[in-house]
Design a protein around this ligand. Structure first.
Ligand code: ATP
Ligand code: MG
Length: 281
């Protein structure tokens, strides 16, 4: 029996199946994200991680199954509305406006919140609008300060290093004031210092902003250090889930990554990957 005192999940995928023509990207995927957790989705290339993110944020519609957010079925809710409900995300391939400044990109994130319906628009006059503008600026300043990007606020995104661009993308996602922040490979292509900065920001986002984090990441060292809960996908199916320690000790996971069920080898590979990361800096 489930524990009745356990909090209900913030986000839940149930039996999600997604196909592109003949290719099944996801088969009956179910998992839950608990409020306040850092949950990671891992798996080999092509396992379906980004497809799962796109289904959760509403870019793809699953053929069967459902997505629930804060107890509500959002399977048929359009992507922009999901963003306004509190699902914020970044992209595997950075999706910033490269010719625009850092600040303008962040302001665009905030914009997701400002689209209002007609009734809201009628009520949304004078004083309220000024207060909204003030609050918005406060949020932007807090994010800029928090992510330590004040010195580049007026720089065009195209002039920034890859690591800084990833940070700006996170800033834009935070500007939506999400309840859950979805990060698709937040440290891919980063050097050690950038990776460690990003890991610290992810932990701080949860601690200081109370934001729940769902991330896809290939950097196993980081996944194992940061996550409370890990979901492993392989060929579109969930093959394991649990704490980082449980997942590392799971022979199915070793088979998916190494072709053999040798968990000892998986552990030593993960350690070697961690060392390589450290030396690459
Ligand atoms: N838009 C699409 N049209 C057709 N097939 C797609 C599309 N997006 C993904 N796929 C296919 O779905 C499967 C899962 O891809 P997906 O990008 O979700 O994997 P991934 O786990 O994110 O991989 P990676 O680690 O390389 O980012 C792959 O076989 C891929 O070719
Ligand atoms: Mg991907």
């Amino acid at each position: 029996m489930s524990d009745p005192s356990a909090p209900s999940p913030l986000l839940q995928a149930q039996g999600v199946t997604l196909a592109f023509g003949g290719v099944r990207a996801l088969t009956e995927v179910s998992f839950a994200v608990q409020p306040g957790s850092i949950t990671a989705v891992i798996g080999p290339n092509g396992a379906g991680k980004t497809s799962l993110f796109n289904t959760i944020s509403g870019f793809y519609r699953p053929s069967t199954g459902s997505i629930r957010f804060k107890g509500q079925d959002i399977t048929r809710v359009p992507a922009p509305q999901r963003a306004r409900m509190g699902l914020g995300r970044s992209f595997q391939n950075i999706a910033l406006f490269r010719g625009m400044t850092v600040l303008d990109n962040i302001k665009l994130g905030r914009h997701a919140h400002l689209k209002t319906n007609v009734l809201d628009a009628l009520l949304y006059v004078g004083r309220a609008r000024r207060e909204e503008a003030l609050l918005r600026r406060e949020v932007e300043e807090r994010i800029i300060d928090f992510l330590e990007i004040d010195h580049i606020r007026h720089a065009p995104v195209s002039a920034l290093s890859y690591g800084l661009q990833k940070r700006v993308e996170m800033a834009r996602a935070l500007a939506m004031q999400p309840e859950i922040l979805m990060l698709d490979e937040p440290v891919a292509g980063m050097n050690r210092e950038e990776t460690e900065d990003m890991a610290r920001f992810i932990l701080d986002v949860r601690a200081e902003w109370g934001v729940t984090v769902l991330m896809v990441e290939h950097d196993m060292g980081m996944v194992m250090d940061l996550s409370d809960h890990v979901v492993v996908l392989n060929f579109g199916e969930v093959i394991a889930r649990g704490t980082p320690a449980e997942v590392q000790a799971n022979p199915e996971v070793a088979r998916a990554y190494l072709g053999s069920g040798n968990v000892g080898e998986l552990r030593s590979r993960l350690r070697a990957a961690g060392r390589a990361r450290a030396e690459a800096a």
